[in-house]
Ligand binder design. Structure first.
Ligand code: AMP
Ligand code: MG
Length: 346
C-alpha cells in the first residue's frame, strides 16, 4: 500500500474511533423520583467505565441515600429523629444518628457564623406564620400580636440545645423546642447522594433536589454542567431561568421560594423567618443563589443571606472567601424587574 493510502486509512480509523468514543460518552442515564415528601430528585450520570454497578442501580441507590435523610430529619415525619427531638421535655435527651449529628453541628456552626440569623430552632415561629400562607381566597390575614410573637420567640434559640459528643446526645434545656432542618437538610441529602454515586464509581454526575444541585466531572457532551437559577417572575415554569451558570464542579442552592409567602398591608412576607426579630423576612431581596463546594454549605449560606439581607450580605460572604463561595442576590426593583448583584464584587 502506498504511503498516501496508509495515511488515509489512519485518518478514517481515527475518525471512526473518535465517533465511537464520543457516542459512548454521550450515552448517559437520567431518572427522577420523589424523595423528600413530594419533592423530586433528579440524577444524571455519565457513561463512566469505572461504574461498579448498572447506571439504574446507581441512581436508585442515590435516591435511597436521600430518602434516608428525609426519614431521619423531616420534622413532619412522626418517627424521624427530629420529630422525636421536638417531643422532648426540658432536661430530656436523645441519641442522634451520625448523619443527623453532623447536620446539627453544621447548623450550630452557621448559627454562630451568621450571628444568629440562621437558626434551626425557628420552628415555633414557622408554626405561627405558616397558616397565614395557606389562607383561602379572601380570608383576612390576622397578623400575630407582639405578645404572641414574643411567646414563640421565647422557645427559639440554638443555645437551648446542649450537645454531648460521646454518644451523640442532644438535650433540650427549654420546653417547646421545635427544630426544623428545612434550610440545610436538602443540601446535605444532595451531598450524600453525590458521595454515594462517587463510591459506586460514577465520575460525572449532577444531582438535584428541589432546585438544590451539585455536580462533579462534566456533562456527557464534554462541557461543564449547566445549573440554572429559576426566574422568580415565572415560578411555575421550570424552564424559565434567570441565569444559567457553568461553574464546573460545585454545588448551588437558592433560597427564597417565590411561591411560599403571604401579603399583609401591601408587604410580602417570606416563609423564611428572622429569628432575631421574630418577623418573616420581607423584600427587596426576593432570592439568593449561592455557589459553594458542598450543597449543605450552599443551602445554609443561602438561607442565612436571605435573613441577613442585601446590606449584610457582602460582609457575610467575605467570611467564606477561602472556599471560593459566591452569591447572586436577586433584588426586586421597580415594575417587577429583578436586579442581580454578584458577590464578592470582582
Ligand atoms: P431554604 O429554602 O433553604 O431557604 O429553607 C427555608 C426553610 O428553612 C423554611 O421553610 C423553614 O423551614 C426554615 N427556616 C426559616 N427561617 C429560618 C432561619 N432563619 N434559619 C434556619 N431555618 C429557617
Ligand atoms: Mg437553605
Amino acid at each position: 500500500m502506498k504511503t498516501r493510502n496508509y495515511i488515509l486509512l489512519i485518518i478514517v480509523l481515527a475518525a471512526v474511533a473518535f465517533w465511537v468514543y464520543s457516542s459512548t460518552r454521550l450515552v448517559s442515564y437520567e431518572d427522577t423520583a420523589p424523595v423528600l415528601g413530594p419533592i423530586t430528585m433528579r440524577v444524571v450520570i455519565g457513561n463512566d467505565s469505572t461504574l461498579k454497578t448498572s447506571p439504574q442501580q446507581a441512581v436508585q441507590q442515590a435516591f435511597e441515600a436521600a430518602r434516608k435523610i428525609n426519614n431521619a430529619m423531616s420534622a413532619y415525619q412522626e418517627d424521624s429523629e427530629i420529630a422525636q427531638l421536638n417531643r422532648l421535655a426540658k432536661g430530656e435527651r436523645l441519641a442522634l444518628s451520625k448523619e443527623t449529628w453532623l447536620v446539627m453541628q453544621e447548623a450550630m456552626r452557621y448559627h454562630r457564623l451568621s450571628d444568629g440569623a440562621f437558626d434551626v430552632t425557628v420552628g415555633p415561629l414557622i408554626e405561627l406564620y405558616r397558616p397565614l400562607r395557606n389562607l383561602a381566597e379572601g380570608e383576612p390575614v390576622v397578623f400575630p400580636t407582639p405578645e404572641i410573637i414574643a411567646a414563640a420567640r421565647a422557645r427559639v434559640g440554638s443555645q437551648y440545645l446542649k450537645f454531648t459528643e460521646a454518644g451523640r446526645f442532644v438535650e433540650v434545656i427549654q420546653d417547646g423546642i421545635r427544630v426544623d432542618l428545612g434550610a440545610i437538610a436538602k443540601g446535605f441529602a444532595v451531598d450524600l447522594a453525590v458521595e454515594k454515586l462517587l463510591s459506586l464509581g460514577v465520575q460525572n454526575c449532577l444531582v438535584e433536589i428541589g432546585g438544590e444541585t451539585r455536580c462533579t466531572g462534566e456533562h456527557p457532551e464534554g462541557r461543564p454542567w449547566r445549573q440554572a437559577i429559576q426566574d422568580p417572575r415565572s415560578p411555575h415554569d421550570p424552564g424559565a431561568s434567570l441565569l444559567v451558570l457553568e461553574e464546573g464542579e460545585c454545588a448551588l442552592a437558592t433560597s427564597g421560594d417565590y411561591q411560599q409567602y403571604f401579603e399583609y398591608q401591601g408587604t410580602r412576607y417570606s416563609h423564611i423567618i428572622d429569628p432575631r426579630s421574630g418577623f418573616p423576612v420581607t423584600g427587596p431581596l426576593v432570592g439568593v443563589t449561592v455557589i459553594a463546594p458542598t450543597c449543605l454549605q450552599a443551602d445554609a449560606i443561602a438561607t442565612s443571606l436571605s435573613v441577613l439581607g442585601e446590606r449584610e450580605a457582602a460582609a457575610f460572604i467575605a467570611r467564606f472567601e477561602e472556599q471560593g463561595v459566591k452569591a447572586i442576590l436577586q433584588l426586586a426593583v421597580q415594575d417587577g424587574e429583578i436586579q442581580l448583584i454578584h458577590l464578592p464584587v470582582e
